[in-house]
Design a protein around this ligand. Structure first.
Ligand code: G16
Length: 540
């Protein structure tokens, strides 16, 4: 074992979901090593077993070899790694749980582009399979600020292309099929015969894996196990640069899929997933499903899938996600929870059996089957529902809104703003919160305004300053927060919501329905004054 002297490198602070930086920064001297040593110093490695895998982006393979050598040098007993160092984030979460390991390291920058000049990331998941909580990531960050050495074995690379057992020093390395266990888990939750019958009956689907990690998973499950027509899965070969795509499944970045689904002779169902396979977008023929609506529809219909036939224990959503799912919880007579942004906040609720289904506006949906959001899981639950209800996506949405009313919803992103300007805007807004109630703008009167704070109902931990909420008397809502996953300047996220009870006015264009709320948000937050921006870069 070699002990290498090092020095703290500034800025190794994990964000919403691990440490994400430009790839050249991660490839810089000691950068990856310092952070990985900080992980092992905090969680301990001696005698432990970890899962390791990533989304296949540029530097994934090299980083995997370094992490293996460091795990061995730090005394780990065993590492389970996906063949080719590949694992989707939900598959990694499943392997951690299935093998009862002490946690896992996932190499991914999620939906951010990959490549030599794009993004890379590393995050640690704990033994429940979910992202490390804030207390743990804070401790890792603190460790990076006083680190002075790291431990590594000086050995040759091992062959990660071959499934089977090998070793690095005294540490066992099990190279496993990244897809098989995950596919079996999906088969245990969903009515595969019913979905297979749907495909057999001529139902057409387009699954866009955006040249990222879900390709092999989608081909195995949709085409091989469920019999979807060959060619259903497109962009299904993971590439180190995602083929130049921005693997973020939303209407902007999955434009080809949107064009196809809104074009003539479109398939019946379309879906896309992100870099590491935890996000999803679903779209019917001519019918886009917003993530907030998707969560609500999935929760309302989950009992149609065998894995959820006994009903749900509760539904959890992140604060900026629309309240559509809350209405479903009320009608089912179960609890609903509102957590800060970040999947890690669902972990305790899932572990305690208080929530079964969770979701976020940022194209994330999942359940207690793993401790991560799960893109293919959501897509398969939609397919299961479509197979049982035998209706189109548009018809299911329309029926849902007719029953529950519609929470019009949109998120506007303003990207790569100078951080000091974004911070000044948020500080001014936070400073003005007390003065807002009673003010009327665009015909909307502010009822309440606060900075969201969350007390975890299971362990009592408190997370403050999680986003500014402005609630209007008619139930409309504005939320503003700065992204915790970007790598360039700051990204302002503006979340907009307005409720229509129906039966009239349920089929408006969301941007039209939200127009007064959008104008009120710009006036209240003085977005243009602070950032110079009027038009968002991405609208979802
Ligand atoms: C990560 C978290 C998600 C969260 C998202 C928010 O997503 O896992 O739970 O909703 O970040 O991102 P931001 O802070 O930019 O709004 P992912 O898919 O990047 O891991």
């Amino acid at each position: 074992m070699t002990i290498i002297s090092t020095q703290p490198i500034a800025g190794q602070k994990p964000g919403t979901s691990g440490l994400r930086k430009k790839t050249p920064i991660f490839m810089g001297e000691h950068y990856l090593e310092n952070f990985v040593q900080a992980i092992f110093d905090v969680v301990g490695a001696a005698g432990k077993t970890f899962v390791l895998g990533g989304d296949g982006r540029y530097f994934n393979d090299t980083a995997a070899q370094i992490i293996l050598r460091m795990a061995a040098a730090n005394g780990a007993a065993r590492v389970i790694i996906g063949q080719g160092a590949i694992l989707s984030t939900p598959a990694a979460s499943h392997l951690i749980r299935l093998n009862k390991t002490d946690g896992g390291i996932i190499m991914s920058a999620s939906h951010n582009p990959g490549g030599p000049t794009e993004d890379f990331g590393v995050k640690f998941n704990i033994s429940n399979g979910g992202p490390a909580p804030e207390s743990v990531t804070e401790a890792m960050y603190k460790r990076t600020t006083d680190i002075s050495e790291y431990h590594i074995l000086e050995t040759a690379d091992i062959d990660l292309g071959k499934i089977g057992r090998t070793s690095v020093g005294d540490m066992i390395v099990d190279v496993v099929d990244p897809v098989a266990n995950y596919a079996t888990l999906m088969e245990s939750l969903f009515d595969f015969p019913a979905i297979a019958a749907l495909f057999k009956g001529g139902f057409r689907m387009r699954m866009d894996s955006m040249c990222a990690v879900t390709g092999p998973y989608a081909v195995e499950i949709l085409e091989k196990r469920l019999g979807a027509a060959s060619g259903t899965c497109v962009n299904a070969t993971p590439l180190p640069d995602f083929g130049g795509m921005h693997p973020d499944p939303n209407p902007t970045w999955a434009k080809a899929l949107m064009d196809e689904m809104f074009g003539a002779n479109s398939p019946d169902f379309g879906a896309a997933s992100d870099g590491d396979g935890d996000r999803n977008m679903v779209v019917g023929a001519g019918a886009y499903v917003s993530p907030s609506d998707s969560l609500a529809v999935l929760a309302a219909n989950a009992h149609l899938a065998p894995g959820y036939a006994a009903g749900l224990k509760g539904i959890a959503r992140s604060m900026p996600t629309s309240a559509a799912a809350d209405r479903v919880a009320v009608s089912l007579g179960i609890e609903s929870y509102e957590t800060p942004t970040g999947w890690k906040f669902f972990g305790n609720l899932l572990d305690a059996g208080r929530a079964t289904i969770c979701g976020e506006e940022s194209f994330g949906t999942g359940s207690d089957h793993v401790r991560e959001k799960d893109g293919l899981w959501a897509i398969l639950l939609w397919l299961n529902i479509l197979a049982v209800r035998k209706q189109s996506v548009a018809a299911i949405l329309a029926e849902h809104w007719a029953k529950f009313g519609r929470n019009y919803y949109s998120r506007h992103d303003f990207e790569a703003i100078a951080s000091n300007k974004a911070d000044a805007m948020m500080a001014a807004l936070r400073g003005s919160l007390a003065t807002l109630p009673g003010q009327t703008l665009e015909g909307l009167t502010v009822q309440a305004a606060d900075d969201f704070a969350y007390t975890d109902p299971v362990d009592g931990s408190i997370s403050k300053a999680q986003g500014v909420r402005i609630l209007f008397e008619d139930g409309s809502r504005i939320v503003l927060r700065l992204s915790g996953t970007g790598t360039e300047g700051a990204t302002l996220r503006l979340y907009l919501e307005r409720y229509a009870a129906g039966p009239e006015g349920l089929d408006l264009d969301p941007q039209d329905a939200l127009a007064p709320v959008i104008r009120a948000a710009h006036t209240l937050a003085k977005i243009e004054n602070y950032t110079g921006r009027v038009t968002p870069d991405v609208i979802t």
